[in-house]
Write a protein that binds this ligand. Structure first.
Ligand SMILES: [Zn+2]
Length: 360
C-alpha cells in the first residue's frame, strides 16, 4: 500500500482536500505523524527538487524504503534543515522545549553553571551543546553582574586556568568560553594556556569580546569564535586578525548598528557567520524574526541566513548529524510554504517543524 499524504492541503486557504492515491486519504495529526516516511515534491534553497526518506527519525538513502511507506507530498514547499542557535543560556531561561518547537534542533549553551556539564538537564528534543561556566579572573566578568550564580569559574595563572580548561572539557564541554577585554581580566599567559589546552582537545575557544581591543587581543591569543559581533567599530587590523575564524552574530543582543557594520566587514574577510540569539538574555523562543531582519540588514539573503543556522555551524562546531539532510543526518527539518526569498523574516515562522522525524 502506498499512502500519499498531501500535507500541503492541510493548511487553511490552500483549497485542495487531503487525498491519497489509493483513495484512503487521511489527515495527519501529531499522534499519527509517521517517524518513518518519504518527503516528496519539496524544493531546497536553490529551488532544486528535494526528496528523501526518513527511517525512525534518521535520513536514509532516497528510495531505500521501497513503496510501502507513507509519502509526504509537500506540494513544492521549501524544506531546510532545522536551525542551530549557537548562543543560548538555558540555565538563565529554561525554554528548551519551546525553542525546539519553534524550529531549533541544536543549541550551544555559552555559559551555565558547571553542574550542567556533569548532570545535564533533559532538554529533549533540543540537542544542547555546552560550554559550562566561562573561565574568568577572580571576580571577573560575568561574576559581578548577571553571572554571579556559577556562570563563571575563576582561575589565577596559566597553570590553574589550564587545569580548569582540562576539567571542563573532561566533564563534556563542547567549547570553552572566556571573556576577553582590552585590559583587565585574565592575563595573556593565562588566556594562551586556556587556548592551547582547548586546542589540544580539538575544541574551540569562544571569546566574549565587545570592544576592538578585546576582539584583537582574543584573536592574537588563539580564540576561534567571537560570541557576539563586537559593538565597538573594529579596526581593519582586528577584522584581518579574525580572517578565516568565526563569529556568532547575535545582532539583536545589543541593538547597535555598529555591530551590523562589523559583521559586514568580518564576513567580507571570510569570517564564518553563525546564527545565535543570546536566548536567556534575549527573550524570543524559536527562530527570532528580529535577528533574521538584522542579518538581512547586514546584506544576507534568505539562503545565506539559512546557512548561518545550518551548514556553517555544522562545519564550524563539528556537528555530525545536524545542519544538513544527507544520509545519516537527523530528520530534523523545517517546511515553508511562503516565499522566504521575498521576505527572509518569514524564516521565523516555519509551517512545519519536524525534529528527529517527529512533527512538533
Ligand atoms: Zn550570552
Amino acid at each position: 500500500m502506498r499512502v500519499v499524504v498531501l500535507t500541503f492541503a492541510l493548511l487553511a486557504g490552500c483549497g485542495a482536500a487531503p487525498s491519497s492515491d489509493d483513495g484512503a486519504g487521511h489527515a495527519e495529526t501529531a499522534a499519527t505523524f509517521p517517524r518513518t516516511h518519504r518527503v516528496e515534491n519539496a524544493v531546497d534553497l536553490e529551488g532544486r527538487p528535494l526528496t528523501f526518506d526518513v527511517e525512525d527519525g534518521v535520513v536514509v538513502a532516497s528510495g531505500s524504503l521501497g513503496d510501502d511507506v507513507v509519502v509526504r507530498d509537500l506540494g513544492g514547499a521549501l524544506v531546510v534543515p532545522a536551525f542551530i542557535d549557537a548562543h543560548v543560556h538555558l540555565s538563565y531561561w529554561d525554554v528548551a522545549a519551546e525553542h525546539a518547537s519553534g524550529g531549533i534542533a541544536v543549541a550551544l549553551d555559552l555559559a551555565a553553571p558547571e553542574v550542567t556539564l556533569t548532570s545535564p538537564p533533559d532538554t529533549s528534543p533540543l540537542v544542547v551543546l555546552r560550554a559550562g561556566p566561562m573561565i574568568t579572573a577572580r571576580g571577573g566578568y560575568p561574576l559581578e553582574s548577571w553571572g554571579h550564580d556559577g556562570y563563571g569559574t575563576e582561575c589565577d595563572d596559566p597553570a590553574s586556568c589550564a587545569a580548569r580548561t582540562d576539567t571542563l572539557l573532561a566533564e563534556g564541554a563542547h567549547v570553552i568560553k572566556v571573556p576577553v577585554e582590552g585590559v583587565g581580566g585574565l592575563d595573556d599567559a593565562s588566556l594562551t594556556a586556556i587556548a592551547q589546552h582547548t586546542h589540544t582537545h580539538h575544541r574551540l575557544l569562544v571569546a566574549h569580546a565587545l570592544t576592538d581591543r578585546g576582539a584583537l587581543r582574543a584573536a592574537r591569543l588563539g580564540a576561534d569564535v567571537l560570541a557576539h559581533a563586537p559593538v565597538e567599530t573594529l579596526t581593519d587590523e582586528t577584522v584581518e586578525a579574525w580572517r578565516g575564524r568565526a563569529v556568532i552574530a547575535t545582532l539583536g543582543a545589543f541593538g547597535r548598528s555598529s555591530a551590523i557594520d562589523n559583521l559586514v566587514r568580518l564576513r567580507d574577510a571570510e569570517v564564518s557567520v553563525l546564527y545565535g540569539t543570546d536566548l536567556g538574555n534575549a527573550r524570543t523562543t524559536g527562530i527570532d524574526a528580529d535577528e533574521i531582519a538584522l542579518l538581512a540588514r547586514a546584506g544576507l539573503d534568505a539562503a545565506a541566513i539559512v546557512r548561518t543556522a545550518t551548514e556553517t555551524p555544522r562545519r564550524v562546531l563539528g556537528l555530525p548529524r545536524h545542519g544538513a539532510l544527507g544520509v545519516g543526518d537527523a530528520a530534523s527539518y523545517l517546511v515553508y510554504r511562503s516565499d522566504v526569498h521575498a521576505d527572509p523574516t518569514r524564516l521565523a515562522r516555519p509551517d512545519e517543524v519536524v525534529l528527529d522525524g517527529v512533527r512538533r
